[in-house]
Design a protein around this ligand. Structure first.
Ligand code: T46
Length: 135
């Protein structure tokens, strides 16, 4: 499984760091939605689903967390520890976010508006989709 993790170049100067993200230039899709999660409770696992169409890029802009990616055949754990690292997650990829530090802020840039119908929340159903789509 190929993991796509972008390392964006911060614009640093004597005042600190700034990261800029432009759709199509830095982010490979039109950004239709931004959301973020924080105050994540200790030992919690978020996600546990896949999407039919949605593409996303995840940034842990503060603190750290880990993301388990699963394409139905292979699993990989990707740590997010720097605010300039962006993890690309394509559609038909099961994801679980865990091991959040107490101060973690996980920000997500999404290619689509929120749509509950796009979620695959049952793991066996996800495997069926992978088989049917011949992914
Ligand atoms: C994903 C991972 C990385 C909204 O109303 N609008 C939104 O845009 C989102 C993302 C969520 N919600 C509501 C739906 C639920 O009542 O917020 C609540 C928590 O959402 P959810 O349980 O889906 O959160 P996570 O952390 O399990 O998953 C989220 C995204 O939903 C998902 O697309 O890929 O983060």
């Amino acid at each position: 499984m190929q993991v796509v993790k972008y390392m964006f170049q911060p614009h640093g100067d004597e005042r600190g760091q700034l990261v800029s993200l432009e759709e199509h230039n830095d982010i490979p899709f039109s950004i239709k939605r931004v959301y973020f999660m924080y105050d994540t409770v200790d030992n919690v696992v978020r996600g546990r689903h896949a999407h039919k169409n949605l593409q996303q890029i995840l940034f842990c802009v503060h603190g750290s967390c880990k993301v388990r990616l699963d394409n139905g055949k292979e699993k990989k754990v990707v740590p997010l520890e720097k605010p300039y690292e962006g993890l690309y997650i394509a559609n038909y990829m099961w994801r679980e976010m865990f091991d959040f530090s107490e101060d973690a802020v996980l920000m997500v840039l999404a290619s689509e508006l929120y749509n509950e119908d796009d979620y695959i929340r049952d793991y066996d159903e996800f495997l069926e989709f992978v088989k049917a789509e011949k992914l």
